[in-house]
Structures are given as structure tokens and as C-alpha cells.
Design a protein around this ligand. Structure first.
Ligand SMILES: [Zn+2]
Length: 74
């Protein structure tokens, strides 16, 4: 029985503005990932803006967890 390669798991830290500009990159294949990749935002406790999103890289299919760090308010 062939052992299936475990799907990659990526953990990515960025800020929301960079993510919206698709400046975040998949840690596995370095492909830029952004809002076009259908991220699922995970609501944070207390109803604040989501600080976590999960999505799959469109190239290597890695499951990515994106954590948004608070950017300094402009
Ligand atoms: Zn990738």
C-alpha cells in the first residue's frame, strides 16, 4: 500500500493590506496568494475583524493558514 504524501501545511503571517495586494506568498512554492484564491476568513472571538484565514494554494494545493498581524493604522 503506497503511503500517501501528507499534504503540505503552511503557516503564513502577513498584514491585511499586504494580503489584499497579493503580496503574501505560499511558503511551499512561493506563489503569490491573495483574495483571488478564495480565502475563508475565520471570525475572531468577540466579533472583531477576522485575523485568521485558511485557503489552498492554487499551484501546489498546500493548505495555508494566514494570520493577519495588526498593521499600524495609517
Ligand atoms: Zn503553493
Amino acid at each position: 500500500m503506497a503511503r500517501k504524501k501528507r499534504s503540505g501545511f503552511g503557516d503564513l503571517v502577513t498584514d491585511r493590506a499586504s494580503f489584499d495586494r497579493a503580496e503574501a506568498r505560499c511558503p511551499q512554492c512561493r506563489r503569490p496568494v491573495g483574495p483571488a484564491d478564495n480565502p475563508s476568513f475565520v471570525s475572531s472571538f468577540g466579533g472583531a475583524a477576522p485575523q485568521l484565514a485558511t485557503m489552498r494554494c492554487g499551484r501546489c494545493n498546500a493548505m495555508l493558514t494566514i494570520r493577519f498581524e495588526d498593521a499600524a493604522p495609517a
